[in-house]
Design a protein around this ligand. Sequence first.
Ligand code: GLP
Length: 244
Amino acid sequence: TFSSPDDASTYLAEYIINKINSFKPTASKPFVLGLPTGSSPEGIYARLISAYKDGRISFRNVITFNMDEYLGLPPTNDQSYHYFMYNKLFNHIDIPRENIHILNGLAKDIKKECVDYEKAIKSYGRIHLFLGGLGPEGHLAFNEAGSTRDSKTREVFLVESTIKANSRFFDNDLNKVPKSALSVGISTILDNSDEIVLIVLGENKKFALDKTINGTKNDARFPSSYLQDHSSVLVVCDNAAAGL
Ligand code: GLP
């Protein structure tokens, strides 16, 4: 727990840099990193860009898998997670384009897109570090309440509270927020990752963070409680998020 979002972001950016640098990735043995979107990881991404510019890290041999993408939004839409990731991170570092994996929200064959994503993750063996955020109601990626422990990458329908929370990025217009998304599942995250690291910032996350850590394990009403089922989870938060 840190007193400010800035301190939490600095800690976690340095944590990720250390993990990648001590792994010493090469083309034949890349570092596999899972990534989230949302406002919470923005400070981390800004710090990773600075570290790259300072020559403290290279992403040439890093493979990334993003957690989710809205259905129906093209990469050019400034609210798509493609746009977010390129704008906030990928365009500013030396990661080769072919190393980047983000679910295609325009996929014609949604099932195939999801199956192929699972296969692509498996083709690298393990995800060395999965960075995640937390939804105010305890969702992980777009795994809403009711998601099962064995869920895989699939189409998910957003619940009202998520649509409401994310409407701030869509001119506060609920009608503009896509109603469904593609998302990695709980099993995709838990069963493929060596380590999971969560960034949780702000008072509106204190309920979800309490359920994540102190709630009943594997409570489908709060999908982040499935994290208790993993052997290596680090939660980095600010005082506000830790309020409960
Ligand atoms: C979206 C994303 C989640 C993210 C959540 C919280 O719903 N699909 O992956 O964790 O928002 O975002 P923020 O960090 O902006 O609160």
